[in-house]
Design a protein around this ligand. Structure first.
Ligand SMILES: *[C@@H]1O[C@H](CO)[C@@H](O)[C@H](O)[C@H]1NC(C)=O
Ligand SMILES: *[C@@H]1O[C@H](CO)[C@@H](O)[C@H](O)[C@H]1NC(C)=O
Ligand SMILES: *[C@@H]1O[C@H](CO)[C@@H](O)[C@H](O)[C@H]1NC(C)=O
Ligand SMILES: *[C@@H]1O[C@H](CO)[C@@H](O)[C@H](O)[C@H]1NC(C)=O
Ligand SMILES: *[C@@H]1O[C@H](CO)[C@@H](O)[C@H](O)[C@H]1NC(C)=O
Ligand SMILES: *[C@@H]1O[C@H](CO)[C@@H](O)[C@H](O)[C@H]1NC(C)=O
Ligand SMILES: *[C@@H]1O[C@H](CO)[C@@H](O)[C@H](O)[C@H]1NC(C)=O
Ligand SMILES: *[C@@H]1O[C@H](CO)[C@@H](O)[C@H](O)[C@H]1NC(C)=O
Ligand SMILES: *[C@@H]1O[C@H](CO)[C@@H](O)[C@H](O)[C@H]1NC(C)=O
Length: 404
Protein backbone atom coordinates (compact mmCIF):
# COMPACT_ATOMS: atom_id res chain seq x y z
CA UNK A 1 0.00 0.00 0.00
CA UNK A 2 2.89 2.36 0.71
CA UNK A 3 3.97 1.84 -2.85
CA UNK A 4 0.64 2.97 -4.15
CA UNK A 5 0.67 6.12 -2.03
CA UNK A 6 4.16 6.97 -3.27
CA UNK A 7 3.16 6.36 -6.83
CA UNK A 8 -0.07 8.28 -6.57
CA UNK A 9 1.28 11.42 -8.27
CA UNK A 10 2.24 9.23 -11.22
CA UNK A 11 -0.94 7.22 -11.33
CA UNK A 12 -3.34 10.08 -10.87
CA UNK A 13 -2.88 11.78 -14.23
CA UNK A 14 -3.28 8.43 -15.94
CA UNK A 15 -6.37 7.67 -13.90
CA UNK A 16 -7.89 11.04 -14.57
CA UNK A 17 -7.21 10.62 -18.26
CA UNK A 18 -9.42 7.54 -18.30
CA UNK A 19 -12.01 8.98 -16.00
CA UNK A 20 -12.25 12.47 -17.42
CA UNK A 21 -11.93 12.11 -21.18
CA UNK A 22 -15.60 11.26 -21.75
CA UNK A 23 -16.69 14.35 -19.82
CA UNK A 24 -17.11 17.12 -22.36
CA UNK A 25 -19.61 19.91 -22.84
CA UNK A 26 -23.29 19.26 -23.21
CA UNK A 27 -23.90 18.14 -26.77
CA UNK A 28 -26.13 20.05 -29.12
CA UNK A 29 -26.54 19.85 -32.85
CA UNK A 30 -25.21 22.66 -35.03
CA UNK A 31 -26.70 23.05 -38.48
CA UNK A 32 -24.51 24.92 -40.91
CA UNK A 33 -26.39 27.16 -43.32
CA UNK A 34 -25.47 29.63 -46.00
CA UNK A 35 -28.51 31.26 -47.43
CA UNK A 36 -30.58 33.98 -45.84
CA UNK A 37 -33.69 31.83 -45.73
CA UNK A 38 -35.60 31.23 -42.55
CA UNK A 39 -37.51 28.19 -41.38
CA UNK A 40 -39.58 27.11 -38.41
CA UNK A 41 -38.35 24.82 -35.69
CA UNK A 42 -39.85 23.74 -32.38
CA UNK A 43 -38.52 23.92 -28.85
CA UNK A 44 -39.69 21.40 -26.30
CA UNK A 45 -39.94 23.64 -23.24
CA UNK A 46 -40.29 21.86 -19.92
CA UNK A 47 -41.71 24.46 -17.58
CA UNK A 48 -39.34 25.22 -14.69
CA UNK A 49 -42.27 26.66 -12.72
CA UNK A 50 -46.02 27.22 -13.07
CA UNK A 51 -46.56 29.69 -15.95
CA UNK A 52 -49.41 31.25 -17.86
CA UNK A 53 -49.36 30.57 -21.59
CA UNK A 54 -49.09 34.32 -22.11
CA UNK A 55 -45.98 34.38 -19.90
CA UNK A 56 -44.41 31.60 -21.95
CA UNK A 57 -45.18 33.57 -25.11
CA UNK A 58 -43.46 36.68 -23.79
CA UNK A 59 -40.51 34.70 -22.35
CA UNK A 60 -39.74 33.40 -25.85
CA UNK A 61 -41.13 36.46 -27.63
CA UNK A 62 -43.41 34.44 -29.85
CA UNK A 63 -47.04 35.02 -30.74
CA UNK A 64 -49.38 33.36 -28.25
CA UNK A 65 -51.61 31.99 -31.02
CA UNK A 66 -48.61 30.21 -32.47
CA UNK A 67 -48.05 28.46 -29.12
CA UNK A 68 -51.73 27.47 -28.98
CA UNK A 69 -51.47 26.08 -32.52
CA UNK A 70 -48.24 24.15 -31.94
CA UNK A 71 -49.79 22.41 -28.94
CA UNK A 72 -53.23 21.93 -30.51
CA UNK A 73 -54.78 24.04 -27.76
CA UNK A 74 -58.21 25.32 -28.76
CA UNK A 75 -57.87 28.73 -30.43
CA UNK A 76 -61.49 29.67 -29.75
CA UNK A 77 -61.17 30.26 -26.03
CA UNK A 78 -60.21 33.91 -25.75
CA UNK A 79 -58.85 33.86 -22.22
CA UNK A 80 -56.61 30.91 -22.87
CA UNK A 81 -53.46 32.97 -22.42
CA UNK A 82 -54.31 33.23 -18.72
CA UNK A 83 -54.46 29.48 -18.33
CA UNK A 84 -51.76 28.34 -15.92
CA UNK A 85 -49.68 25.34 -16.92
CA UNK A 86 -48.01 23.43 -14.12
CA UNK A 87 -44.26 23.14 -13.63
CA UNK A 88 -42.78 20.24 -15.66
CA UNK A 89 -45.49 20.44 -18.36
CA UNK A 90 -44.06 20.04 -21.85
CA UNK A 91 -44.94 22.93 -24.12
CA UNK A 92 -43.95 23.16 -27.76
CA UNK A 93 -42.72 26.62 -28.70
CA UNK A 94 -42.43 27.36 -32.42
CA UNK A 95 -39.56 29.67 -33.32
CA UNK A 96 -38.30 31.18 -36.50
CA UNK A 97 -34.80 30.10 -37.47
CA UNK A 98 -32.72 32.44 -39.58
CA UNK A 99 -29.15 31.76 -40.64
CA UNK A 100 -26.82 33.65 -38.27
CA UNK A 101 -23.08 33.67 -39.00
CA UNK A 102 -23.34 30.41 -40.95
CA UNK A 103 -25.25 28.61 -38.20
CA UNK A 104 -28.97 28.06 -37.94
CA UNK A 105 -29.81 29.80 -34.68
CA UNK A 106 -32.47 32.13 -33.38
CA UNK A 107 -31.02 35.29 -31.84
CA UNK A 108 -34.23 37.25 -31.68
CA UNK A 109 -35.20 36.38 -28.11
CA UNK A 110 -33.85 38.72 -25.44
CA UNK A 111 -34.01 38.57 -21.68
CA UNK A 112 -33.92 41.48 -19.22
CA UNK A 113 -31.58 40.58 -16.34
CA UNK A 114 -33.06 40.83 -12.86
CA UNK A 115 -31.39 41.09 -9.49
CA UNK A 116 -29.69 37.87 -8.33
CA UNK A 117 -29.77 36.39 -11.85
CA UNK A 118 -26.86 34.28 -12.98
CA UNK A 119 -26.26 32.72 -16.38
CA UNK A 120 -27.30 29.43 -14.74
CA UNK A 121 -30.57 30.83 -13.41
CA UNK A 122 -31.40 32.35 -16.79
CA UNK A 123 -30.66 29.01 -18.47
CA UNK A 124 -32.91 27.29 -15.91
CA UNK A 125 -35.73 29.75 -16.68
CA UNK A 126 -35.54 28.61 -20.31
CA UNK A 127 -35.73 24.97 -19.23
CA UNK A 128 -32.07 24.40 -20.14
CA UNK A 129 -32.92 24.73 -23.85
CA UNK A 130 -30.02 27.18 -23.95
CA UNK A 131 -27.03 26.47 -21.72
CA UNK A 132 -25.44 28.94 -19.30
CA UNK A 133 -22.26 28.56 -21.32
CA UNK A 134 -23.97 29.59 -24.57
CA UNK A 135 -25.52 32.61 -22.85
CA UNK A 136 -22.16 33.80 -21.50
CA UNK A 137 -20.36 33.25 -24.80
CA UNK A 138 -22.93 35.00 -26.98
CA UNK A 139 -23.20 37.95 -24.60
CA UNK A 140 -19.46 38.21 -23.84
CA UNK A 141 -19.99 37.67 -20.12
CA UNK A 142 -16.83 37.10 -18.08
CA UNK A 143 -15.24 38.09 -14.77
CA UNK A 144 -14.49 41.60 -15.92
CA UNK A 145 -17.77 41.90 -17.80
CA UNK A 146 -20.37 40.44 -15.41
CA UNK A 147 -24.15 40.33 -15.67
CA UNK A 148 -25.65 43.72 -14.84
CA UNK A 149 -29.08 44.26 -13.42
CA UNK A 150 -31.55 45.35 -16.16
CA UNK A 151 -29.04 44.32 -18.85
CA UNK A 152 -30.58 42.87 -22.00
CA UNK A 153 -29.23 39.41 -22.86
CA UNK A 154 -29.50 37.71 -26.22
CA UNK A 155 -30.83 34.17 -25.77
CA UNK A 156 -29.38 32.00 -28.55
CA UNK A 157 -32.17 29.44 -28.96
CA UNK A 158 -31.20 26.23 -30.75
CA UNK A 159 -32.60 25.73 -34.23
CA UNK A 160 -32.57 22.87 -36.68
CA UNK A 161 -34.43 22.60 -39.95
CA UNK A 162 -32.47 20.27 -42.27
CA UNK A 163 -34.66 21.30 -45.20
CA UNK A 164 -37.79 20.17 -43.33
CA UNK A 165 -37.07 16.70 -44.55
CA UNK A 166 -36.13 13.32 -43.07
CA UNK A 167 -35.91 10.22 -45.28
CA UNK A 168 -38.12 12.03 -47.79
CA UNK A 169 -40.86 12.71 -45.22
CA UNK A 170 -41.78 16.30 -44.47
CA UNK A 171 -40.37 16.92 -41.01
CA UNK A 172 -40.15 19.68 -38.44
CA UNK A 173 -37.27 19.38 -36.00
CA UNK A 174 -37.73 19.94 -32.30
CA UNK A 175 -34.95 20.78 -29.84
CA UNK A 176 -35.25 18.73 -26.69
CA UNK A 177 -33.30 18.83 -23.42
CA UNK A 178 -32.38 15.35 -22.22
CA UNK A 179 -33.82 14.75 -18.75
CA UNK A 180 -32.33 12.68 -15.98
CA UNK A 181 -32.74 8.92 -16.53
CA UNK A 182 -33.54 9.23 -20.24
CA UNK A 183 -31.73 7.43 -23.01
CA UNK A 184 -32.03 7.37 -26.79
CA UNK A 185 -34.40 4.40 -26.70
CA UNK A 186 -36.83 6.02 -24.29
CA UNK A 187 -36.73 9.32 -26.19
CA UNK A 188 -37.22 7.50 -29.49
CA UNK A 189 -40.23 5.69 -28.06
CA UNK A 190 -41.74 8.87 -26.69
CA UNK A 191 -41.48 10.80 -29.95
CA UNK A 192 -42.00 8.01 -32.47
CA UNK A 193 -38.52 7.95 -33.91
CA UNK A 194 -35.62 5.53 -33.91
CA UNK A 195 -32.32 5.43 -32.05
CA UNK A 196 -30.55 5.22 -35.41
CA UNK A 197 -32.31 8.35 -36.64
CA UNK A 198 -31.54 10.28 -33.46
CA UNK A 199 -27.88 9.28 -33.72
CA UNK A 200 -27.64 10.28 -37.36
CA UNK A 201 -29.47 13.60 -37.00
CA UNK A 202 -27.48 14.61 -33.94
CA UNK A 203 -24.15 13.34 -35.23
CA UNK A 204 -23.64 11.09 -32.23
CA UNK A 205 -20.74 8.69 -32.68
CA UNK A 206 -22.14 6.51 -29.91
CA UNK A 207 -25.68 5.98 -28.66
CA UNK A 208 -24.81 7.79 -25.45
CA UNK A 209 -26.44 10.98 -24.21
CA UNK A 210 -26.24 12.88 -20.96
CA UNK A 211 -28.73 14.87 -18.97
CA UNK A 212 -28.75 18.43 -20.30
CA UNK A 213 -27.75 17.51 -23.86
CA UNK A 214 -29.91 19.22 -26.47
CA UNK A 215 -31.16 16.80 -29.11
CA UNK A 216 -32.85 17.55 -32.41
CA UNK A 217 -35.88 15.27 -32.69
CA UNK A 218 -37.69 14.73 -36.02
CA UNK A 219 -41.45 15.32 -35.89
CA UNK A 220 -43.18 14.22 -39.06
CA UNK A 221 -45.39 16.89 -40.57
CA UNK A 222 -48.16 17.52 -43.09
CA UNK A 223 -47.26 19.51 -46.16
CA UNK A 224 -49.42 21.34 -48.67
CA UNK A 225 -46.88 20.48 -51.34
CA UNK A 226 -49.03 17.91 -53.17
CA UNK A 227 -52.36 19.64 -52.56
CA UNK A 228 -52.26 22.03 -55.53
CA UNK A 229 -52.50 25.22 -53.52
CA UNK A 230 -52.24 28.55 -55.21
CA UNK A 231 -49.82 31.03 -53.78
CA UNK A 232 -49.36 29.40 -50.42
CA UNK A 233 -47.45 26.58 -48.83
CA UNK A 234 -47.82 25.24 -45.35
CA UNK A 235 -45.90 22.77 -43.19
CA UNK A 236 -47.77 21.64 -40.06
CA UNK A 237 -46.17 19.26 -37.53
CA UNK A 238 -48.32 16.25 -36.66
CA UNK A 239 -50.42 16.84 -33.59
CA UNK A 240 -50.80 20.55 -34.26
CA UNK A 241 -52.72 22.96 -36.43
CA UNK A 242 -52.02 26.14 -38.33
CA UNK A 243 -54.26 29.13 -38.87
CA UNK A 244 -54.05 30.66 -42.31
CA UNK A 245 -55.91 33.00 -44.68
CA UNK A 246 -56.12 35.75 -42.07
CA UNK A 247 -57.15 33.23 -39.43
CA UNK A 248 -60.21 32.22 -41.46
CA UNK A 249 -58.92 28.72 -42.15
CA UNK A 250 -57.60 26.16 -39.70
CA UNK A 251 -55.55 23.27 -41.04
CA UNK A 252 -55.04 20.25 -38.78
CA UNK A 253 -52.31 17.68 -39.06
CA UNK A 254 -53.36 14.51 -37.28
CA UNK A 255 -51.15 11.98 -35.60
CA UNK A 256 -52.35 8.92 -37.49
CA UNK A 257 -51.90 10.10 -41.06
CA UNK A 258 -50.13 13.09 -42.53
CA UNK A 259 -53.02 14.59 -44.51
CA UNK A 260 -53.75 18.25 -43.95
CA UNK A 261 -57.39 18.83 -43.10
CA UNK A 262 -58.50 22.40 -43.64
CA UNK A 263 -61.83 23.98 -42.72
CA UNK A 264 -63.19 27.34 -41.56
CA UNK A 265 -61.66 28.20 -38.19
CA UNK A 266 -64.73 29.91 -36.90
CA UNK A 267 -62.59 32.33 -34.92
CA UNK A 268 -62.13 35.17 -37.39
CA UNK A 269 -64.63 37.62 -38.85
CA UNK A 270 -65.26 38.55 -41.53
CA UNK A 271 -64.45 35.58 -43.72
CA UNK A 272 -65.84 35.20 -47.20
CA UNK A 273 -65.27 32.73 -50.02
CA UNK A 274 -65.71 29.75 -47.71
CA UNK A 275 -68.27 27.99 -49.90
CA UNK A 276 -67.54 26.06 -53.07
CA UNK A 277 -69.20 27.42 -56.17
CA UNK A 278 -72.11 25.41 -57.59
CA UNK A 279 -72.67 23.53 -54.36
CA UNK A 280 -73.78 24.13 -50.84
CA UNK A 281 -70.56 22.71 -49.45
CA UNK A 282 -68.21 24.77 -47.32
CA UNK A 283 -64.48 24.19 -47.20
CA UNK A 284 -63.84 20.86 -45.52
CA UNK A 285 -67.35 19.53 -46.16
CA UNK A 286 -68.06 16.52 -48.35
CA UNK A 287 -71.10 14.89 -49.91
CA UNK A 288 -71.38 11.21 -50.57
CA UNK A 289 -73.37 10.39 -53.69
CA UNK A 290 -74.15 6.72 -53.80
CA UNK A 291 -73.97 5.46 -57.35
CA UNK A 292 -74.63 2.14 -58.97
CA UNK A 293 -70.93 1.49 -58.88
CA UNK A 294 -70.24 2.51 -55.33
CA UNK A 295 -69.76 5.97 -53.99
CA UNK A 296 -68.92 9.32 -55.44
CA UNK A 297 -67.54 11.70 -52.84
CA UNK A 298 -67.45 15.42 -53.56
CA UNK A 299 -65.29 17.51 -51.24
CA UNK A 300 -64.93 21.24 -51.01
CA UNK A 301 -61.17 21.71 -50.77
CA UNK A 302 -59.14 24.64 -49.52
CA UNK A 303 -56.68 25.72 -52.23
CA UNK A 304 -54.63 28.50 -50.68
CA UNK A 305 -55.12 32.23 -50.43
CA UNK A 306 -53.78 35.42 -51.88
CA UNK A 307 -54.58 39.08 -51.51
CA UNK A 308 -57.50 38.52 -49.13
CA UNK A 309 -59.09 35.94 -51.42
CA UNK A 310 -59.56 32.33 -50.40
CA UNK A 311 -59.28 29.74 -53.17
CA UNK A 312 -61.30 26.55 -53.00
CA UNK A 313 -62.59 23.95 -55.41
CA UNK A 314 -64.90 20.98 -55.56
CA UNK A 315 -63.06 17.72 -55.94
CA UNK A 316 -64.71 14.37 -56.68
CA UNK A 317 -63.49 10.87 -56.33
CA UNK A 318 -65.10 7.48 -56.63
CA UNK A 319 -64.86 4.73 -54.09
CA UNK A 320 -65.87 1.11 -54.26
CA UNK A 321 -67.21 1.29 -50.75
CA UNK A 322 -68.91 4.25 -49.18
CA UNK A 323 -67.15 6.25 -46.50
CA UNK A 324 -70.09 5.68 -44.20
CA UNK A 325 -68.92 2.09 -44.12
CA UNK A 326 -65.48 3.27 -43.05
CA UNK A 327 -63.82 2.10 -46.20
CA UNK A 328 -62.02 4.44 -48.57
CA UNK A 329 -60.32 1.76 -50.65
CA UNK A 330 -59.01 2.75 -54.06
CA UNK A 331 -61.32 3.80 -56.82
CA UNK A 332 -60.53 2.07 -60.06
CA UNK A 333 -62.08 -1.42 -60.02
CA UNK A 334 -65.72 -0.75 -59.33
CA UNK A 335 -67.24 -3.29 -57.04
CA UNK A 336 -70.67 -4.76 -56.67
CA UNK A 337 -73.59 -2.41 -57.24
CA UNK A 338 -75.28 -1.11 -54.17
CA UNK A 339 -78.82 0.22 -54.00
CA UNK A 340 -78.89 3.73 -55.44
CA UNK A 341 -79.49 6.34 -52.82
CA UNK A 342 -80.19 10.04 -53.03
CA UNK A 343 -77.61 12.52 -51.96
CA UNK A 344 -76.48 11.96 -48.38
CA UNK A 345 -74.94 14.91 -46.59
CA UNK A 346 -71.75 13.74 -45.03
CA UNK A 347 -69.18 15.62 -43.01
CA UNK A 348 -65.80 14.10 -43.60
CA UNK A 349 -63.11 16.22 -42.22
CA UNK A 350 -64.40 18.50 -39.54
CA UNK A 351 -62.51 17.16 -36.55
CA UNK A 352 -63.79 18.73 -33.39
CA UNK A 353 -61.22 21.12 -31.98
CA UNK A 354 -59.13 19.29 -29.46
CA UNK A 355 -60.88 19.54 -26.13
CA UNK A 356 -59.19 21.74 -23.65
CA UNK A 357 -58.46 19.56 -20.66
CA UNK A 358 -59.54 20.80 -17.30
CA UNK A 359 -56.32 19.59 -15.82
CA UNK A 360 -53.52 21.67 -17.17
CA UNK A 361 -50.96 19.03 -16.37
CA UNK A 362 -51.91 16.82 -19.26
CA UNK A 363 -52.08 19.65 -21.75
CA UNK A 364 -48.53 19.81 -22.88
CA UNK A 365 -47.49 16.21 -22.75
CA UNK A 366 -46.30 15.20 -26.12
CA UNK A 367 -48.69 13.03 -28.06
CA UNK A 368 -47.59 13.85 -31.54
CA UNK A 369 -45.87 11.65 -34.05
CA UNK A 370 -46.62 8.09 -34.94
CA UNK A 371 -45.97 5.97 -31.92
CA UNK A 372 -46.07 2.66 -33.67
CA UNK A 373 -42.58 2.78 -35.14
CA UNK A 374 -40.11 0.37 -33.72
CA UNK A 375 -36.99 1.87 -32.35
CA UNK A 376 -33.92 0.45 -33.86
CA UNK A 377 -31.33 -2.03 -32.80
CA UNK A 378 -28.26 -0.25 -31.50
CA UNK A 379 -25.84 -3.06 -32.28
CA UNK A 380 -23.63 -1.07 -34.69
CA UNK A 381 -22.50 1.69 -32.42
CA UNK A 382 -23.20 -0.28 -29.30
CA UNK A 383 -20.54 -2.70 -30.44
CA UNK A 384 -17.98 0.03 -30.86
CA UNK A 385 -18.84 1.49 -27.50
CA UNK A 386 -18.65 -1.90 -25.84
CA UNK A 387 -15.18 -2.46 -27.24
CA UNK A 388 -13.92 0.94 -26.25
CA UNK A 389 -15.08 0.76 -22.68
CA UNK A 390 -13.85 -2.78 -22.31
CA UNK A 391 -10.39 -1.70 -23.44
CA UNK A 392 -10.38 1.34 -21.23
CA UNK A 393 -11.08 -0.88 -18.26
CA UNK A 394 -8.51 -3.42 -19.35
CA UNK A 395 -5.82 -0.76 -19.70
CA UNK A 396 -6.75 0.72 -16.37
CA UNK A 397 -6.42 -2.70 -14.75
CA UNK A 398 -3.02 -3.20 -16.40
CA UNK A 399 -1.83 0.20 -15.21
CA UNK A 400 -2.94 -0.47 -11.66
CA UNK A 401 -1.44 -3.94 -11.72
CA UNK A 402 1.88 -2.55 -12.92
CA UNK A 403 2.08 0.08 -10.20
CA UNK A 404 0.89 -2.11 -7.39
C1 LIG B 1 -50.45 36.84 -33.47
O1 LIG B 1 -50.88 36.07 -34.57
C2 LIG B 1 -52.25 36.26 -34.87
C3 LIG B 1 -52.59 35.28 -35.93
O2 LIG B 1 -51.68 35.28 -36.98
C4 LIG B 1 -52.49 37.72 -35.27
O3 LIG B 1 -53.83 37.90 -35.53
C5 LIG B 1 -52.04 38.63 -34.15
O4 LIG B 1 -52.12 39.96 -34.55
C6 LIG B 1 -50.61 38.32 -33.73
N1 LIG B 1 -50.31 39.06 -32.53
C7 LIG B 1 -49.16 39.70 -32.37
C8 LIG B 1 -48.97 40.41 -31.09
O5 LIG B 1 -48.29 39.68 -33.23
C1 LIG C 1 -14.34 40.05 -21.06
O1 LIG C 1 -15.21 40.37 -22.13
C2 LIG C 1 -14.94 41.63 -22.70
C3 LIG C 1 -16.00 41.95 -23.72
O2 LIG C 1 -16.77 40.85 -24.00
C4 LIG C 1 -13.55 41.58 -23.33
O3 LIG C 1 -13.25 42.83 -23.92
C5 LIG C 1 -12.52 41.26 -22.25
O4 LIG C 1 -11.27 41.09 -22.84
C6 LIG C 1 -12.91 39.98 -21.53
N1 LIG C 1 -12.01 39.81 -20.41
C7 LIG C 1 -11.47 38.64 -20.10
C8 LIG C 1 -10.64 38.61 -18.86
O5 LIG C 1 -11.65 37.66 -20.79
C1 LIG D 1 -31.61 21.33 -48.92
O1 LIG D 1 -32.23 21.68 -50.14
C2 LIG D 1 -31.37 22.36 -51.02
C3 LIG D 1 -32.17 22.81 -52.23
O2 LIG D 1 -33.18 21.89 -52.52
C4 LIG D 1 -30.23 21.43 -51.42
O3 LIG D 1 -29.35 22.09 -52.28
C5 LIG D 1 -29.48 21.01 -50.15
O4 LIG D 1 -28.50 20.07 -50.47
C6 LIG D 1 -30.42 20.38 -49.15
N1 LIG D 1 -29.73 20.15 -47.92
C7 LIG D 1 -29.88 19.03 -47.20
C8 LIG D 1 -29.11 18.94 -45.93
O5 LIG D 1 -30.64 18.14 -47.57
C1 LIG E 1 -33.64 3.40 -21.32
O1 LIG E 1 -34.54 3.91 -20.36
C2 LIG E 1 -35.66 3.07 -20.16
C3 LIG E 1 -36.64 3.81 -19.27
O2 LIG E 1 -35.98 4.58 -18.33
C4 LIG E 1 -35.20 1.76 -19.55
O3 LIG E 1 -36.31 0.91 -19.34
C5 LIG E 1 -34.24 1.11 -20.54
O4 LIG E 1 -33.70 -0.07 -19.96
C6 LIG E 1 -33.11 2.04 -20.90
N1 LIG E 1 -32.36 1.45 -22.00
C7 LIG E 1 -31.04 1.48 -22.05
C8 LIG E 1 -30.41 0.87 -23.27
O5 LIG E 1 -30.37 1.96 -21.16
C1 LIG F 1 -48.76 35.56 -54.05
O1 LIG F 1 -49.44 36.52 -54.83
C2 LIG F 1 -49.03 37.85 -54.63
C3 LIG F 1 -49.86 38.73 -55.50
O2 LIG F 1 -51.18 38.30 -55.52
C4 LIG F 1 -47.55 38.00 -54.96
O3 LIG F 1 -47.12 39.30 -54.67
C5 LIG F 1 -46.75 37.00 -54.13
O4 LIG F 1 -45.40 37.05 -54.51
C6 LIG F 1 -47.28 35.60 -54.32
N1 LIG F 1 -46.58 34.70 -53.44
C7 LIG F 1 -46.18 33.50 -53.81
C8 LIG F 1 -45.50 32.68 -52.78
O5 LIG F 1 -46.35 33.08 -54.93
C1 LIG G 1 -75.16 11.65 -57.99
O1 LIG G 1 -75.09 10.52 -58.86
C2 LIG G 1 -76.11 10.46 -59.85
C3 LIG G 1 -75.96 9.17 -60.61
O2 LIG G 1 -74.61 8.97 -60.98
C4 LIG G 1 -76.04 11.69 -60.74
O3 LIG G 1 -77.10 11.69 -61.65
C5 LIG G 1 -76.11 12.95 -59.88
O4 LIG G 1 -75.91 14.11 -60.69
C6 LIG G 1 -75.02 12.93 -58.82
N1 LIG G 1 -75.11 14.08 -57.97
C7 LIG G 1 -74.04 14.83 -57.67
C8 LIG G 1 -74.30 15.99 -56.79
O5 LIG G 1 -72.93 14.56 -58.08
C1 LIG H 1 -68.76 11.83 -59.50
O1 LIG H 1 -69.31 13.15 -59.45
C2 LIG H 1 -68.70 14.05 -60.34
C3 LIG H 1 -69.34 15.40 -60.11
O2 LIG H 1 -70.69 15.29 -59.80
C4 LIG H 1 -68.88 13.56 -61.77
O3 LIG H 1 -68.22 14.43 -62.67
C5 LIG H 1 -68.30 12.17 -61.90
O4 LIG H 1 -68.52 11.68 -63.20
C6 LIG H 1 -68.91 11.26 -60.89
N1 LIG H 1 -68.27 9.95 -60.96
C7 LIG H 1 -68.94 8.82 -60.92
C8 LIG H 1 -68.15 7.56 -61.02
O5 LIG H 1 -70.17 8.80 -60.80
C1 LIG I 1 -62.36 -2.29 -47.55
O1 LIG I 1 -62.82 -2.90 -48.72
C2 LIG I 1 -61.99 -3.90 -49.24
C3 LIG I 1 -62.53 -4.38 -50.58
O2 LIG I 1 -63.89 -4.26 -50.61
C4 LIG I 1 -61.89 -5.03 -48.22
O3 LIG I 1 -61.02 -6.03 -48.69
C5 LIG I 1 -61.36 -4.47 -46.92
O4 LIG I 1 -61.32 -5.46 -45.92
C6 LIG I 1 -62.23 -3.33 -46.45
N1 LIG I 1 -61.62 -2.73 -45.27
C7 LIG I 1 -62.31 -2.41 -44.19
C8 LIG I 1 -61.55 -1.78 -43.06
O5 LIG I 1 -63.49 -2.62 -44.11
C1 LIG J 1 -30.22 -6.66 -32.35
O1 LIG J 1 -29.86 -7.42 -33.48
C2 LIG J 1 -29.26 -8.68 -33.14
C3 LIG J 1 -28.85 -9.36 -34.43
O2 LIG J 1 -29.06 -8.56 -35.55
C4 LIG J 1 -30.28 -9.49 -32.36
O3 LIG J 1 -29.68 -10.75 -31.99
C5 LIG J 1 -30.70 -8.76 -31.12
O4 LIG J 1 -31.72 -9.47 -30.44
C6 LIG J 1 -31.24 -7.38 -31.50
N1 LIG J 1 -31.51 -6.64 -30.30
C7 LIG J 1 -32.63 -5.95 -30.14
C8 LIG J 1 -32.76 -5.21 -28.86
O5 LIG J 1 -33.49 -5.92 -30.99
Amino acid sequence: MRNLVQLLPLVLPILSFFILTPLIHAKSVIEPCSSSDSCTSLLSYILPWDSKISEIASRFQVNISNILAANSFNPEIPSLGNQILRANSHVKVPISCPCVDGIRRSMSTTYRVQEADTAESVSHGYGGIVSAEQITIVNGINASNPLLNRQSLVIPLPCTCFNNSNHGVTTVYMSYVVQSGENLSSIGLEFGTTVMDLEAINGLGQPVIDQGDILAIPISACSSKNLIWYNESLIVPSGSYALTANNCIKCNCGTSDLNLQCFPSGIAVPCSHLQCKGSNLFIGDAYVNQTAAGCNVSTCMYRGHSGGKIFRSLSSSSYVQCPGKQNYSAASPLGSPSSPNPLIPFKTVTPSPSPFPGSTRTMGTASFGPTSKQYSNMSNNGGVLGKASCCNLLLLALVLYYFL
